[in-house]
Design a protein around this ligand. Structure first.
Ligand SMILES: Cc1cc2nc3c(=O)[nH]c(=O)nc-3n(C[C@H](O)[C@H](O)[C@H](O)COP(=O)(O)O)c2cc1C
Ligand code: SF4
Length: 468
């Protein structure tokens, strides 16, 4: 297979985790990694007290890059000091959220960066067994990681007595079976234990309390674990200076859909607006087209209309909070403002739709995915995701009835918050937001009169005098 074309970073990018991605002559083997300063951060980390590394991660205010944006240091802080049970570390490399494509590039082009980030994290957390759970559809990535682990071991960075410190660590690659729910951390843990990936009932709320084999377990995304290495190098306080308060560091965003230059970009969190990302870095809409809608953080995030406006609270010059009105294109690419505008920065997957897109068709595409991927444990999610798909199927087949938009809204509102895992929100937010924000398109596909209710077959037999 020919190698894909290398991308030249945009001048407005700030590359840290992606520093070597697409670099001419850069290869995924350990010799190349070492000649570019590889494993130097691990050498520094093992001279530090593990608790100090945790404190640096806390000071960095790094937020998880897997979707929820949970502060990494806070999660790590859930591990009790002096814990007597084994503690596990799991790298979540499932990357199955539609619109998300970042972790796979790290795995394919710079696997040792991830391995180094994992070893440092394991050292900080007193972990001696770590798992790299990789999506089933990434067989090549799994092979690359296996090779990188063997190389790290051969060079004394993994295995027994790492760098002569007495610290032991093994990392195992575990391939998933290709289900979206395997990315949900408790489903992932079940899968790793050899069971069906049914997300676990909460409480306990965090695997850090009770995770793999009923032991404390830290689950972090690939990109999050890579950041740990950079935090150790520069110190948590320096890392926190990148980005904005509570939205620190850099993050990789993947832009797909109707822009002139889709692709991945590593940006300083909050340093640019959604409009700057789409117009400057991605070249704007295709010729003669206009942006119509944007999903800012993976397919589960609520959609924005391109002409939407929001009132948000920002800090004024005197430090007091003041209300400010902004348009969609003015939203800074950070966690908090995205949330304040009613959506989320999520996994960093920005999906763009222009004025050629039919929003019912687009939602139907998402609904097909979610109905297929629901694990089926919770009735609202299992049934609701299927009903939403069936209704948008019907609308596309010219059979939409007048009540369909209201039914879609009602079904989606009765899933979110009523399920075992956040898949409930993930599958209902697209329907909820598409119907609310594009009512005219849904109404245009829902014109048939509501048919009179038909009694079930056994009842109709009774009503028409049928015998039993
Ligand atoms: C349905 C569903 C799918 C998910 N898929 C992924 C995934 O593919 N990769 C990932 O890192 N996190 C995924 N997550 C989030 C994980 O549950 C977990 O929050 C994350 O791995 C924690 O890592 P972080 O704190 O470094 O972000 C998913 C969550 C849900 C509810
Ligand atoms: S919300 Fe959906 S995916 Fe999550 S446990 Fe319930 S049925 Fe399974």
């Amino acid at each position: 297979m020919p190698a894909p074309a290398r991308r030249i970073p945009h001048p407005r990018e700030k590359r840290m985790v992606f520093a070597h991605i697409d670099r001419e002559g850069y290869t995924p083997d350990i010799a190349c990694y070492l000649s570019n300063g590889g494993y130097e951060d691990l050498k520094k980390a093992v001279t530090m007290a593990p608790a100090d590394i945790v404190n640096e991660v806390k000071a960095s205010a790094l937020r998880g890059r897997g979707g929820a944006g949970f502060p990494c240091g806070v999660k790590w802080g859930f591990i009790r000091p002096g814990e007597t049970k084994p503690i596990y570390l799991i790298c979540n490399a499932d990357e199955s959220e539609p619109g998300t494509f970042k972790d796979r590039y790290i795995i394919h082009q710079d696997p040792h960066q991830l391995i180094e980030g994992m070893i440092i994290s394991a050292f900080a957390l007193n972990v001696h067994l770590a798992y790299l759970y990789i999506r089933g559809e990434f067989p090549q990535g799994a092979k690359i990681l296996e090779k990188a682990i063997a190389e790290a071991k051969a060079n004394g960075f993994l295995g027994k007595n790492i760098l002569g410190t007495g610290f032991d660590l093994e990392i195992y690659v575990h391939r998933g079976a290709g289900a979206y729910i395997c990315g949900e951390e408790t489903g992932l843990i079940e899968s790793l234990e050899g069971k069906r990936a049914y997300p676990r009932i909460k409480p306990p709320y965090f695997p850090a309390v009770l995770g793999l084999y009923q032991c404390p377990t830290i689950v972090n995304n690939v990109e999050t674990l890579c950041h740990v290495k950079h935090i150790v190098r520069m110190g948590g306080a320096e890392f926190a200076k990148i980005g904005t308060p509570n939205n620190t560091g850099t993050r990789i965003v993947g832009v797909s859909g109707d822009v002139q230059r889709p692709g991945y970009f590593e940006i300083e969190v909050g340093s640019m607006t959604l409009g700057e990302l789409l117009n400057d870095l991605c070249g704007g809409p295709k010729p003669g087209r206009k942006f119509k809608a944007i999903i800012p953080g993976g397919s589960s995030a609520k959609v924005f209309r391109a002409d939407e406006r929001f009132k948000i609270k920002v800090k004024g010059q005197d430090g007091a909070m003041v209300e400010k009105e902004i348009g969609v294109m003015d939203i800074p690419m950070d966690f908090d403002t995205m949330a304040a505008c009613g959506s989320m920065a999520g996994s960093g997957g920005v999906i763009v739709m222009d004025d050629t897109r039919d929003m019912v068709e687009t939602l139907n595409n998402l609904n097909q995915f979610y109905a297929h991927e629901s694990c089926g444990q919770c009735t609202p999610c299992r049934e609701g995701s299927l009903w939403m798909r069936k209704i948008t199927d019907r609308m596309l087949a010219d059979g939409g009835v007048e009540s369909d938009p209201a039914t879609l809204a009602s079904v989606s509102n009765n899933i979110a918050g009523k399920t075992i895992c956040a898949f409930g929100e993930a599958c209902s937010w697209p329907t909820m937001s598409f119907v609310a924000k594009f009512p005219e398109e849904f109404a245009a596909r829902a014109t048939k009169p509501i048919p009179p209710p038909t009694p079930p077959e056994f009842l109709s037999e009774t009503l028409t005098g049928g015998s039993h």
